[in-house]
Design a protein around this ligand. Sequence first.
Ligand code: PMP
Length: 429
Amino acid sequence: MRPSYLIKPALDESYPEIDYGKGIYLFDQAGKRYLDASSGAVTANIGHGVPEIILAMHEQSKRVSFVYRSQFTSEPAEKLAEKLADLLPGDLNWSFFVNSGSEATETALKIAIQYWQEKGIKSKTKILSRWVSYHGITLGALSMSGHPGRRARFVPLLEEFPTISPPYCYRCPYQKSAPECGFLCAIELETAIKRIGADHIAAFIAEPVIGAAGGAISPPEDYYKTIKRICEENHILFIADEVMTGFGRTGPMLAIEHWNTIPDIVALGKGMGAGYAPIAATVVSDHVMEPILKGSKVIISGHTLSANPQSCAAALAVLEYLDNHQILKEVESKSVYLKNKLDRLKTQFPFIGEVRGKGLLFGLEFVQFPAAKIPFDPSVKLTELVVRTGRDHGILLYPAGAGLDGLSGDAVIIAPPLTVTKREIDELI
Ligand code: PMP
């Protein structure tokens, strides 16, 4: 047996070795071309092999690629923090750089608890989340991830991180048609707070559009407005996990901006380094930082490689690229073009139950096998089958577990680089 750095459980035993990437395409050692229709786990947002990013990283590595964070800072790190403060809404002004989305949400949870501790309210230690959610793989992040399948693989988790239901319009009798849909969906938060006690809850965390656990589930219109109101009334911080949705994936910098809501803390990752460097951030608003700065001033977010100049230079170059090429402005028109094609696909294939999403983050949720009348072995998960078949045919998709109501199957995410062209969308579908 050949030793490898990974155990290969998901698709099959033969992972092709990727040789290089160019734009939306990846090429393996055998010369086979793949269209990366999900930006490699919704990360390679501007495509592969972009010369501007490579050059910026090269230039930075010639200067310095690492400084000890406890004693020094660097120009790229300072510039990046400033840039994020400019680009993010409200008073989200304090960036703590980490290396992965999991570390960003984990840091968010620690800061939320610390906020209340510094204010002298020691009982607020629980984090509420939703039972269809994915916030990462470190212990705290996984403990507040709601997906039962993923949680089951890692017991014991941290004690009692309660969950509420996610918004889920597919199969809901109202189907977003009732004007009070958003309110009805969000009101469970209030019930849960009453049950648990607001004085025990530090924060509520949500992915504005549910990604890996649900397949691009976008809420009804007034959902986040209601969520924010309930959080404020009960003195609970609202954390937006924008690891997948940040940096223009759905159009604006943050997906939560669609619903005119400003979180108290935001977790960023994936598209931040666009796959060129491992970089993520927890960004905290002034009002949350205030008691921390008056108090201990200590934030537990530092990892050895946090804010390293090389990664910060990559993230800065990505932001510059998005700006120079006005990428975010075109997301909406590309979204409409792709959505029309996906809707047409749904009429052709009865096993696609719903096409949904926001911006360039789409989910196709599959109808359960018997309902879809597909003569396959029901022990085979449709998501895995679709992802594997896609890869064999040179189309890369991202699997997302759903299983929301005990009936549905799973979903795949389609999220091409934001730089995708209409010609490339035509090639995909
Ligand atoms: N939050 C969300 C919303 C995610 O989609 C992910 C990754 N799929 C994470 C957190 C964890 O990020 P990472 O894998 O970079 O640790």
